[in-house]
Design a protein around this ligand. Structure first.
Ligand SMILES: Cc1cc2nc3c(=O)[nH]c(=O)nc-3n(C[C@H](O)[C@H](O)[C@H](O)COP(=O)(O)OP(=O)(O)OC[C@H]3O[C@@H](n4cnc5c(N)ncnc54)[C@H](O)[C@@H]3O)c2cc1C
Length: 437
């Protein structure tokens, strides 16, 4: 990486004239990754580990956001194992889950049994995503080619002769241009990069949004993830140690109407589903304590153009159904690194390389999104529209009668379709990269 005060056209040290905006500083790297979520951090880590030079731009000052999802899947744990990081990773506070169940109406069902998997880790790990991302950042920093810029927001693409040649960004210290022969858009489902590239987006629809809130956790509370399906309502509670991260699922577009009600009505809704919260619901003092997360399910028919590719949610926004979006983002990153490490080292990434990435990852994306749509339309929409307690679908009954079948949802959720493996080498970790906040 080189860092200069050159303008994109290459006038090193050009000083801003009085009154004129300062010329952006230019940083040159082999690969600019926009977004420090699961896709961006894993890709940055793998490329730097393979001896590449990468700049990861993350618009926030830290990874401390609570709406990212907490699931680390057996397939991601398998990758950690392949990278020699699993033992260190499991030193972080986490919660292991071997079975996933739900209360549907009056019936408790076990939908997935991870102990039946053949992977190294036969369980799902719940861990706040910021711990996971900090862990990746700490390990990536060992490699000299890794450069993470926090508080750095990608605002647009630098383009020349129809090819993307880098990214414009704003940072706390002023504008920066990242010049790179390859940009990878990992900036999530509201991706600035995919919009700037003019990529077509096919929306697949989602019937729900989510109200997201915290309630304190007390000794004696359940240990596990709790999913409660009742007439017109779905309520999920994730164990985050001293508090429950709660997701209350509502029909899409109804949040405004709902939030016109007094918050007391909402507290009662929660108590009807999970009476054991008791007076803790009063921790929701006003609607300010409840965050609306809009759910999207979409994908790009084409993920790339010369000099640019999108992966993760930027290429295919995932619904929270099944908690598989992080898995897919990580798998995209591994596939991308496997394809890109060699061409980046050789100094030339062709469109055919980018096509290879999309071709490899489009099928898992289609299959996973098809399953999410099926569950959204067949289960979630019906539960949300219903006014009688739901009954477990027939497939759930099969899982009760034949427990061995619980391996199938466990495999779909925990491993996914076409799992990736690390094929990139580790090339030195002499001097260490940097994280600039
Ligand atoms: C309510 C909800 C709950 C979910 N729960 C789960 C779950 O439990 N398990 C699961 O597997 N999946 C879950 N998902 C899906 C999951 O969050 C995504 O599929 C996954 O995070 C995608 O990872 P990513 O790295 O592609 O994008 P993201 O995680 O969205 O990361 C994108 C990153 O880019 C940064 N960024 C954005 N714009 C810019 C910019 N212009 N410049 C620089 N940085 C930028 C963002 O700050 C962010 O850090 C959930 C989704 C929703 C909506």
């Amino acid at each position: 990486m080189s860092d200069s005060t050159a303008t994109p056209t290459g006038n090193p040290g050009t000083a801003a004239t009085a009154g004129a905006p300062a010329a952006p500083r230019t940083i040159t790297t082999q690969c600019c990754i926009t977004g420090g979520g699961p896709a961006g951090m894993m890709l940055g880590y793998l490329l730097a580990r393979a001896g590449g030079d990468v700049v990861v731009l993350e618009k926030h000052a830290d990874f401390l956001r609570d709406f990212r999802g907490d699931t680390i899947h057996p397939s991601t744990l398998e990758l950690m194992h392949e990278l020699g990081l699993l033992d260190a990773f499991l030193q972080l506070p986490h919660h292991k889950v071997e079975h996933l169940g739900a209360d549907i109406g009056e019936v408790r069902v076990i939908a997935a049994d991870f102990t039946r998997l053949s992977s190294t880790a036969k369980y799902l790990v719940f861990m706040p995503q910021w711990d996971f991302l900090n862990f990746l950042a700490a390990h990536a920093r060992r490699y000299p080619g890794f450069h993470l810029m926090m508080n750095a927001q990608a605002t647009g693409l630098i383009q020349r002769d129809g090819a993307v040649t880098g990214v414009h960004a704003t940072t706390e210290t002023g504008p920066v241009d990242i010049a790179a022969p390859l940009t990878v858009g990992c900036d999530g489902r509201h991706s600035t990069i995919r919009a700037a590239a003019g990529f077509k987006v096919d929306s697949l629809g989602a019937p729900m949004d989510i109200l997201w809130m915290r309630l304190s956790r007390r000794p004696g509370d359940d240990e596990d993830v709790i999913g409660r399906f009742d007439a017109g309502r779905i309520f999920i509670q994730l164990n985050r140690g001293d508090y429950w991260q709660c997701a209350y699922v509502i029909p899409k577009g109804t949040a405004d109407e709902m939030m016109k009600r007094d918050i007391a009505g909402f507290r009662n809704d929660i108590l009807r589903l999970s009476p054991w919260f008791g007076e803790r619901v009063n921790e929701l003092k006003s609607w300010d304590d409840v965050k609306l997360l809009t759910v999207a399910l979409d994908r790009l028919p084409k993920w790339y153009r010369p000099g640019l590719i999108c992966i993760g949610d930027a290429a295919h926004a995932m619904s929270p159904v099944g908690g598989v979006g992080i898995n897919l983002a990580i798998q995209d990153a591994v596939a991308a690194a496997n394809v890109l490490a060699g061409p980046l080292r050789a100094g030339r990434v062709e469109e055919s390389d980018l096509l290879r990435i999309q071709t490899r990852r489009m099928w898992p994306t289609r299959v996973t999104q098809a399953m999410q749509r099926l569950i959204q339309n067949r289960v979630i929409s019906r539960v949300l529209a219903g006014n009688a307690p739901p009954k477990p679908p027939a497939a759930m009954k099969l899982l009760e009668w034949f427990p061995a079948l619980r391996a199938i949802p466990a495999r779909m959720m925990g491993i996914g379709v076409r799992p990736e493996h690390v094929h990139t080498p580790e090339v030195g970790q002499a001097t260490g990269g940097w994280v600039r906040t």
